[in-house]
Design a protein around this ligand. Structure first.
Ligand code: N01
Length: 492
């Protein structure tokens, strides 16, 4: 351990943060705000930004308004657009890390491979042989992190360039090429929209159609930015003003109540969008989902329907038979010859802090504890894994919320738990197994009634088809995160 770091914390409390993405930086800033400098962020990559470092595909942007997708304490009047492009978001996180002087506390290219609880501290080891220990372990490892490759026969036979959307190979030329994109999630839709006018031919392979929510492609003018600079209230209006609050309430109610007028309204909007945007009835038919709006994560796009009607674009909705040296063979025998194949096929979403080998109390392996599926009490803490805090852990809020907002609420909860150790009330805290069982029983029952369980396949569902998500309102989430129920915790 670095002696400079060790000396800094008034309470002698040391923290290890895993990951220098959005949530890891947040934890570090909040610890510093409390005057605690005895922490290290271990980052397996070579720069900050997490998902915004890993994803660099053409068309990458955040479909949550940028002013909402910013830290509450680091507003940014200079966002170029309502939906900011990915590189700008990455630059924002780098700027925040600089402004809060976090770089000295980050160990880059340092992938933690194991973390073990030894009764009073977590002991970690990195792949390159570093070791360290700390009282508190904060997993800020993200959710959409481990690429999921499709199990389509022949994938490795393809002779052109083939890569996952989160591993985009920028050495591969795209202009004037024959490009295939597999996947119609938020990623596939953004890639197709960006390449529709660049490719000689672009085939979008659709296994399931998606409902598309229209959204304006609004760039901020210099005058807009000036107004944001002069009065932060203008930014707060975008984040939390009546329109933003109404949008969030509409969304929450739609998610948790499938009979709600809000979901009916969303359904009407997306149906009208399809009706008014796509001319050809056959294409319209292909693009019409057989499930309800918001069942899968809602896609916001200003231009997907326009893009898919570009002359070079073909929407293929036959099942893929196999991938061959020259391209993609469909079940009806058609071969789409391609130079480039992009796999926008999503992520393995049940990993969370894994593949790090985590051993808690009595050497209990997290893999063993999570054998039936990842579980965490209110998505943040795990019985038998003391002083381990998960940002955006299993069953957290999903949908079209700002993950930064969610993480800030989770931090408030973490901070109060850590306070117990700071104040000497305990050395270790973990939720009781009974509390987790009770939470999961209530959550499971409620989750089955959400729109996510209304008849579609998505990454929200576990292997039993139950949404692994927050099934209650946004207000309930903020209320629960405002103060831990200490009686649900085992303090040691
Ligand atoms: O991944 P997905 P994503 N053959 O899992 C298809 C966030 N995000 O990377 O629907 C053929 O949603 C699969 O088909 P189906 C956001 O939270 C945010 O797009 O299962 N197709 C589906 O179409 C999002 O929800 C932003 O039938 C196959 C697609 O691949 C999350 O990331 C931007 C297949 C996977 O969709 C993940 O989005 C981008 C196969 N064998 C992403 N296997 C923002 O703007 C899979 N598919 C904030």
């Amino acid at each position: 351990m670095d002696s400079k770091e060790a000396a800094g914390s008034p309470e002698g409390l040391r923290t290890i943060i895993i990951g220098a993405g959005m949530a890891g930086l947040l934890a570090a800033i909040k610890l510093k705000e409390r005057g605690e400098t005895d922490f290290t962020i271990y980052e397996k990559g070579d720069s900050v930004g997490g998902t915004w470092r890993e994803n660099t595909y053409p068309g990458l942007s955040c479909d949550t308004p940028a002013h909402a997708y910013s830290y509450s304490f680091a507003l940014n009047p200079d966002w170029s657009a309502v939906y900011a492009p990915g590189p700008e978001i990455k630059a924002y996180f780098e700027g925040v890390a600089r402004r809060y002087d976090l770089y000295p506390a980050i160990r880059f290219n340092s992938e933690i491979e194991s973390a073990e609880w030894h009764g009073d501290k977590w002991h970690i080891r990195t792949k390159d042989g570093q070791s360290d220990s700390a009282h508190v372990l904060i997993a800020a490892t993200g959710v959409l992190h481990h690429p999921s490759l499709p199990d389509i026969p022949g994938l490795s036979d393809f002779e052109g360039a083939c890569f996952h959307s989160a591993r985009w190979d920028h050495s591969v030329p795209l202009d004037g090429k024959r490009i295939g994109v597999i996947g119609t999630g938020s990623t596939g839709v953004q890639i197709v929209s960006a390449l529709a006018k660049r490719a000689a031919r672009l085939v979008h392979f659709q296994r399931s159609p998606q409902w598309i929510m229209p959204c304006p492609d609004t760039r901020y003018s210099e005058a807009d930015k000036q107004a944001f600079r002069e009065d932060a209230e203008n930014i707060w209006q975008v984040r939390n003003g009546p329109e933003a609050a109404a949008r969030r309430a509409r969304f929450t109610n739609a998610i948790i109540d499938i009979d709600s007028p809000e979901l009916a309204e969303i359904q009407q909007i997306v149906e009208r969008n399809l009706e008014e945007s796509v001319r050809d009835p056959a294409l319209k038919q292909k693009l019409t989902p057989n499930y309800r709006a918001a069942c899968k994560r809602m896609i916001f796009s200003p231009n997907y329907y326009r893009s898919v009607q570009e002359p070079a674009v073909y929407l293929e909705n036959q099942p893929i038979e196999r991938i061959e040296a020259k391209g993609v063979r469909m079940a009806d025998g058609t071969l789409h010859e391609l130079d480039v194949l992009a796999l926008a096929t999503g992520f393995k979403v049940d990993q969370f802090v894994r593949p790090i080998k985590i051993r808690g109390q009595g050497g209990l392996d997290l893999d063993t504890f999570w054998q039936a599926g990842p579980r965490a009490y209110y998505a943040v803490t795990v019985p038998n894994f003391p002083n381990m805090l998960l940002f955006n852990g299993p069953t957290g809020p999903v949908g079209n919320f700002s993950l930064i907002d969610i993480a800030e609420h989770q931090w408030r909860y973490f901070d109060q738990l850590i306070d117990l150790v700071r104040a000497g009330k305990c050395k270790a805290f973990a939720p009781s197994e009974a509390a987790l069982v009770d939470y999961e029983a209530r959550r499971n029952e409620r989750a089955k009634k959400t729109v996510f369980a209304s008849g579609c396949h998505s990454w929200y569902l576990d292997k039993n088809g139950v949404p692994q998500v927050w099934p209650w309102s946004w207000d309930h989430f903020t209320e629960v995160m405002s103060a831990p129920k200490i009686e649900d915790y085992v303090l040691a």
